[in-house]
Every structure is written in structure tokens, then in C-alpha cells.
Design a protein around this ligand. Structure first.
Ligand code: FAD
Length: 351
């Protein structure tokens, strides 16, 4: 197992931010992952699991403990059943499933990071989320000190959330299993209005898989949501804030604030989110609170392509990014009475 001391973590993150870890280990087999986790736990040492670093905000002071990079490989298709090692690159996995003619994750193309991290926040985009196709997560359970298989029903999946995210120091994902769909080379029903428009179909229709994937990639690239080392608009953690889920009372109060501030004819985005809650758009709130694309004049700015992405223009520190994030959160709270919550995981720092 590769091992480095005082190892910089910034290059392992898409934000390229954060100080060093006392120790960085890179595991390339499940056995190495488990051994590294056990050793850290036995020594009472803090552990930070890193996949592709695309949803991590690491403090400038770094991480006092062991950072474990999961770099395992394994892609196994048996009919429409897919098993992935946690370290597999997710975007490459999607490409391979599309090439294999299987539907279910084609709209999750271009999401950076590892397969093992997809269940953590139940990654989703353009009308799909992994909770719909994932069947099981094989993980090392640090509490039980053994490898367990967690069926989908016990994963606690919700919007950008799961049992794994709720209990971050318990499970280290080793393998993820999916049941894909053989729809004769067609995609799943296109559920997202923007994708349907771009594809020239009605929501609910199916299109050739490759077309669905390419369209999603094109839409994402236009928003700086496909990694490009040359483009600082993609030096981000993707969406920095989740879309707020409002109770009935909160939604009513929000609408009153919108009417007061922007006039009675302005209707903010609203989607039924179950349990009487309404989902509104964090991007809309940020934009209408005055933080438009490209906002900021420091080394951390809002992406020039998407209001929801906070970016490092090259010389930012984590503190610069958090200062901007706090400004946005306070501005939105002041304007609309809604408190935005960060989507990426913060390590050694907080918003
Ligand atoms: C440009 C861009 C676009 C994005 N677009 C989307 C999007 O459309 N939809 C979406 O949902 N997300 C999106 N994201 C966020 C991110 O890509 C996903 O959350 C992704 O799943 C994170 O994977 P990762 O391997 O990079 O995780 P990391 O950033 O390395 O880790 C994230 C969290 O998961 C934990 N973790 C990682 N691997 C494991 C493991 N094997 N076992 C246990 N815990 C683990 C880490 O400890 C940490 O808490 C985007 C990010 C970027 C930079």
C-alpha cells in the first residue's frame, strides 16, 4: 500500500483546496482498504476516506490523521447486473454501461468522483439518482468490525442523502451493485424537462442511450459541471448548496417574502417533494438575492457558468471559499428567510 507523510490533499480534490494529511495511504484492493481502516481504528486515529475528492472541502490546516484514498478497480457485468469496486471512476462506468446497451444511469454521465461515493449522497442529476438502480452496498462496518452487505431498503436514501452520509464514521464502501435495465438500447424514460427539450422529445419518452448520455454531457459542460483542468469554472465541488426542502409553513412564509421583495407576480420554482414538503431551487434563490454568475472579485468566485457552483480561480484558500459561501448563505437568508445548506462534506472546517 502506498504511504506518504505530510501529504498535500489539495491535488486530490476538484476544488484543489486544503492542507496536508499527517499520512496518506492509497489502497488498491478491498483487503488493503479494510486493513488500513482497521489499523487506523485500532490506533484510535482519525480517518478520512477519499474517492475522487469532488465533494470535499478540506480545511487549510489539513487533516490530523490518516487519509485513505480508495483506488480499487473492478467492473463486472452479469446480464444487467453490475458490480463495481468503490474506486472505479463513475463517469467512465456510465460510459461503459451505455456502450453495453444498458439503461438506468445514463443521465448520471459526467458526475465526477468514484463509484463508492455515489451512495453517500445518493448522487443524482437530470432526472436520475443512484437510489433507483442500486441494489446493494458492500461496506466495511467500523462499528461491527466486519464487512456487511446493505440492501437498498436499508440505505436510507433521500434527496442528496443516505444512511452513510448521516453516520459518516461508520461505513467504508467497498463495492456497489446495480440492477440496470435492458431496454433494447434505449434510455430510461426521460424525466427532466431540460433534457427532454434538448432531445426534442416529450418527458417520459425514451431515446437511444448514447444520445441521452451525450445530451446530458453537453448540458452539463455548458454549466461548468464537467471537469476540465483548463477551466476554473470547473474547479468546484459541483453544486455547493442543496435545493431547500420547505415545510408547508416555511413555503408560505417564503412566498410572502418573494412577493414583498420581487412583486406578487413572481413565482419561484416549486416541486412537490413528498411528506407535504416543497423543493425550491437554490440557484434561483442565490441569483435573485443578487449573487449572479461570476460574482466576486477575489480568488474564490461564483462560477461564470452556474450560480450554484463556488469555484477556486487558482489561488484561493479554503477560508476564501468559505467566506464566499457564508456571504451567499447570509444574503439568501436576509433576502428570503431560507437558510441554504452546503452539499459537499466539510473536513476540519464548517460553513
Ligand atoms: C463539477 C462537478 C459536478 C458535480 N455534479 C454532481 C451532480 O450532478 N450530482 C451529484 O449528486 N453530485 C455532483 N457532484 C458532487 C460529487 O461529484 C459527487 O458527490 C460524487 O459522488 C463524489 O465522489 P468522490 O469519489 O469524489 O467523493 P469524495 O469527494 O472523495 O468524498 C465525498 C464524501 O464521500 C466519502 N467517501 C468517498 N468514498 C467513500 C467510500 N468508498 N466509502 C465511504 N465513504 C466514502 C468521503 O469520506 C466524503 O465524506 C459534482 C461535483 C463536481 C466537482
Amino acid at each position: 500500500m502506498q504511504e506518504l507523510y505530510e501529504a498535500p490533499l489539495a491535488p486530490l480534490t476538484t476544488l484543489r483546496l486544503g492542507g496536508p494529511a499527517d499520512r496518506l495511504r492509497t489502497a488498491t484492493t478491498d483487503e488493503e482498504v479494510v486493513a488500513a481502516v482497521r489499523e487506523a481504528d485500532d490506533a484510535g486515529e482519525p480517518l478520512l476516506v477519499i474517492g475522487g475528492g469532488s465533494n470535499l472541502v478540506i480545511a487549510d490546516k489539513g487533516f490530523r490523521g490518516t487519509a485513505l484514498r480508495v483506488a480499487t478497480t473492478g467492473f463486472r457485468l452479469d446480464g444487467a447486473q453490475l458490480e463495481l469496486a468503490a474506486g472505479e471512476n463513475w463517469s467512465a462506468v456510465v460510459e461503459r454501461t451505455v456502450q453495453a446497451g444498458l439503461a438506468g444511469v445514463e443521465c448520471l454521465a459526467g458526475i465526477p468522483g468514484s463509484a463508492g461515493a455515489t451512495p453517500i449522497q445518493n448522487v443524482g442529476a437530470y432526472g436520475q439518482e443512484v437510489a433507483s438502480t442500486l441494489t446493494e452496498v458492500v461496506a466495511y462496518d467500523r462499528r461491527l468490525r466486519r464487512t456487511v452487505t446493505v440492501p437498498r431498503d436499508e440505505c436510507g436514501f433521500a434527496y442528496r442523502h443516505s444512511r452513510f452520509k448521516a453516520d459518516p464514521d461508520r461505513f467504508v464502501v467497498l463495492r456497489v451493485r446495480f440492477a440496470l435495465d435492458d431496454a433494447g438500447g434505449l434510455s430510461g424514460p426521460v424525466r427532466y424537462a431540460e433534457t427532454a427539450r434538448a432531445l426534442g422529445v416529450r418527458p417520459g419518452e425514451r431515446v437511444p442511450l448514447a444520445e441521452a448520455r451525450e445530451t446530458v454531457l453537453k448540458l452539463r459542460a455548458g454549466k461548468g459541471m464537467v471537469l476540465d483542468p483548463e477551466d476554473h469554472d470547473t474547479w468546484s465541488a459541483g453544486s455547493f448548496f442543496t435545493n431547500p426542502l420547505l415545510t408547508e409553513a416555511e413555503h408560505a412564509a417564503f412566498l410572502a417574502r418573494v412577493a414583498e421583495r420581487l412583486g406578487p407576480d413572481v413565482a419561484p420554482p416549486a416541486y412537490a417533494a413528498g411528506e407535504g414538503r416543497t423543493k425550491t431551487s437554490a440557484a434561483w434563490l442565490i441569483d435573485r438575492a443578487g449573487f449572479t454568475k461570476g460574482y466576486g472579485d477575489g480568488p474564490a468566485r461564483i462560477s461564470g457558468k452556474h450560480t450554484l457552483a463556488l469555484t477556486n480561480r487558482g489561488s484561493a484558500s479554503t477560508e476564501d471559499l468559505l467566506t464566499l459561501a457564508r456571504e451567499v448563505r447570509e444574503g439568501v437568508r436576509h433576502a428570503f428567510g431560507v437558510t441554504l445548506v452546503n452539499e459537499p462534506v466539510t473536513v476540519g472546517c464548517a460553513l
